[in-house]
Design a protein around this ligand. Structure first.
Ligand SMILES: Nc1ncnc2c1ncn2[C@@H]1O[C@H](COP(=O)(O)OP(=O)(O)OP(=O)(O)O)[C@@H](O)[C@H]1O
Ligand SMILES: CC(C)(CO)[C@@H](O)C(=O)[O-]
Ligand code: BAL
Length: 283
């Protein structure tokens, strides 16, 4: 019978649990999430277990990274199922702060990311997003003081922004990326996939297959612009409204014009009905 992880809801309770976990020179890996856990999240937990002797998972739907028009209220919350999944993986501690514990009355400080990793892509369509993510992840890091933190490549720009922040602010946390887990047809697993109707779900994997096609064309020598235009056409034909489809430098996320500009990553965001999906692949 799996043992339920410890659950902390306030900073003092978290500190007490972490002090106990850290006895006997344990190392700690943190997996930050917003809950509604799926196999993508669980792959991060498994990597965390390989990288440290204790695993902490945070579950917090962070209000500051949602615009008022976005889905904060509707975001799936599946607490009981989440805890059962974490217990089955033998996770040590779940940090599940209340909004008041994270942002007490009078809270007035923000971390503001800058530079090429943050510029464009998601920031163009969700200008509030990375400020909210950087602030909450900065807090999660100082609250939990992990040795390692695991983030999914599915949110590739977020991974780069968080890596930059942890280095710039000397937070002493090694940020590690974990590969994207996909459904059988190629759709990247995401908590928001539950918003798709059955009919939309059938078309959703086009996002991945269109990126694969542009990556193949670029590898075969086609210039970036026509290769991306071809895939954009595929995505729009499947009924998506495209926010962006871009090739960027895989490390810095700086814009590129040619394959010679460095290792490339293709990143996409598009809306199918009212559901917004993001994904990316290496070229
Ligand atoms: N399919 C996946 N493969 C690997 N990591 C993933 C996958 N989906 C999410 N993650 C990672 O899990 C962590 C928590 O993400 P989050 O809780 O927002 O889930 P999500 O499925 O990305 O949800 P959303 O639909 O809100 O984007 C992030 O580091 C994210 O990149
Ligand atoms: C990193 C994160 C947990 C911060 O709220 C969130 O953006 C997510 O789940 O990817
Ligand atoms: N997975 C990233 C969190 C968000 O879209 O709000």
């Amino acid at each position: 019978m799996p043992r339920s992880p410890l659950i902390a809801r306030t900073v003092p309770a978290l500190r007490r649990s972490l002090d106990n976990l850290r006895k006997r020179k344990a190392t700690v890996a943190l997996v930050p999430t917003m809950g509604a856990l799926h196999d993508g999240h669980m792959s991060l937990v498994r990597l965390a277990k390989r990288r440290a002797s204790r695993v902490v998972v945070s579950i917090f739907v962070n209000p500051t990274q949602f615009a008022p028009t976005e889905d904060f209220g509707a975001y799936p919350r599946t607490w009981k199922a989440d805890i059962a999944k974490l217990a089955a993986e033998d996770v040590d501690l779940v940090w599940h702060p209340t909004v008041e514990a994270m942002y007490p009355e009078g809270f007035a400080t923000r971390i503001v990311p800058e530079g090429p990793a943050h510029a464009g892509l998601e920031d163009r369509f969700r200008p509030h997003f990375f400020g909210g993510v950087a602030t909450v992840v900065g807090k999660l890091f100082t609250q939990c003081r992990p040795d390692v933190a695991i983030f999914g490549e599915k949110d590739f720009q977020q991974l780069r922004v968080v890596t930059q922040m942890a280095g710039d602010l000397d937070l002493g946390v090694k940020v590690v990326g974990s590969r994207t887990v996909r459904e059988r047809d190629g759709l990247a697993m995401s908590s928001r996939n539950v918003y798709l109707s059955a009919e939309e779900r059938q078309r959703a994997a086009t996002l991945y297959h269109a990126m694969k096609e542009s990556a193949q064309r670029i590898r075969a020598g086609e210039a970036i612009a026509p290769a991306m235009a071809h895939s954009a056409g595929m995505i729009e034909k499947a009924g998506f409204a495209l926010d962006y489809l871009e090739a960027r430098h895989a490390e810095t996320l700086a814009p590129v014009t040619s394959r010679k500009d460095g290792p490339l990553r293709i990143l996409v965001a598009a809306r199918l009905g009212t559901t917004r999906l993001i994904d990316n692949i290496a070229v």
